[in-house]
Ligand binder design. Structure first.
Ligand code: HEC
Ligand code: HEC
Ligand code: HEC
Ligand code: HEC
Length: 230
């Protein structure tokens, strides 16, 4: 650490260093300015009228819904029996794609976390462990009937057969089978989860700069071209 500081002080002015730190700070996503700030301070249509915490709608430090794939999850998972799976004559991932339906806490994949709100079947305020300050599920405005996701483009429903495939393996074998894919070992910007494409491969639910929580700004279809060599 001492050596590193010495290097920095000898090679950079203090002003440049402060500038770098500020830039690094700014590069962090700030979920508070997005539609995923569902707290009382959220500016989206859907938000709470009494809950000040932001993370709590999705995460909790204690009493999380536990499995090894999901990060300290706090939002009630959907019990939808089946979402179907994407299929087409040219889709080479068919052998590994798995239906996200019929899940419970032990089998949930990262995409099930998004679907816990976005399939429109579970109330947005339905939490495993509400905050101690309120001691109950938050009260909300802007939701649809029953407190679920309101009708509109954010309510993607319970049919994933017409959506970009998710919950399938994107590995060396798939890359070998489909010459129009980029090598999954060299992907940048996007993210695989245990080798699988999930909703959060393209979206980062905390992202505040790119529209619609995309990991990569899709101008010129730059997001698509991260994986597809077209
Ligand atoms: C609307 C739901 C939602 C909210 C609100 C939310 N997260 Fe997340 N978070 C997720 C999902 C889904 C994942 C898993 C996918 C991923 O990692 O991108 C995740 C993953 C994470 C991870 C795992 C590491 C990572 O970045 O992949 C951390 C840490 C995290 N969130 C912290 C936070 C904190 C801190 C807050 C509040 C400031 C917060 N999240 C708010 C949905 C949310
Ligand atoms: C706790 C509930 C919750 C979870 C979990 C959640 N979202 Fe959302 N999301 C919302 C709400 C509420 C909105 C705003 C809906 C509206 O205004 O009509 C939203 C909006 C969005 C939008 C639209 C943004 C825009 O600018 O129009 C996208 C994209 C999105 N979410 C993706 C995701 C993805 C991907 C995940 C999982 C990684 C996820 N969400 C997890 C509640 C959630
Ligand atoms: C292959 C990349 C990719 C995957 C995987 C993906 N999305 Fe998206 N999603 C996008 C892009 C790109 C947009 C923006 C579309 C536009 O602006 O025209 C988008 C838009 C959205 C929107 C905003 C409404 C809309 O139709 O534009 C929601 C909500 C959403 N995604 C949720 C999800 C959920 C939930 C999953 C998983 C079931 C998912 N996405 C998987 C790329 C993806
Ligand atoms: C994280 C990587 C990733 C991103 C980003 C991504 N895709 Fe894909 N996509 C895949 C993989 C992997 C497949 C499966 C290809 C196969 O096996 O045939 C696929 C499948 C598809 C298919 C179906 C192919 C078929 O044969 O039926 C289409 C079309 C497609 N993607 C378009 C898009 C578009 C448009 C975007 C941008 C909005 C996008 N993808 C973003 C990885 C990605």
């Amino acid at each position: 650490m001492k050596i590193r500081l010495k290097f920095l002080s000898s090679s950079l002015s203090a002003a440049a260093l402060i500038g770098m730190l500020a830039a690094a700070g700014a590069a962090h996503a700030s979920i508070s300015s997005t539609k995923h700030n569902l707290s009382i301070n959220g500016t989206g249509t859907v938000h709470s009228t009494n809950e000040t915490e932001i993370c709590i709608f999705c995460h909790t430090p204690h009493q999380a819904i536990k499995n090894d794939n999901i990060p300290l999850w706090n939002h009630t998972l959907s019990s939808e029996a089946s979402y179907g799976v994407y299929t087409s004559p040219t889709f080479d991932g068919a052998s590994t794609i798995q239906d996200l339906g019929g899940t419970d806490a032990t089998t949930a994949a990262v995409s099930n976390l998004c679907l816990s709100c976005h399939d429109g079947t579970i109330a947005i305020n339905s939490l495993n462990n509400p905050s101690n300050a309120t001691g109950a599920n938050p009260t909300m405005v802007g939701t649809g009937t029953g407190g679920v996701m309101p009708a509109g483009t954010s309510n993607i429903g319970n049919d994933l057969t017409d959506d970009h495939p998710v919950n399938f393996r994107y590995d060396a074998a798939l890359y070998a089978a489909d010459s129009s894919l980029n090598d999954p070992a060299g992907l940048t910007g996007v993210r695989l989860f245990n080798g699988y494409v999930q909703c959060a491969s393209c979206h980062d639910p905390h992202e505040s700069t790119n529209p619609t929580f995309l990991r990569v700004d899709n101008s010129g279809s730059a997001l698509c071209l991260k994986c597809h060599n077209k």
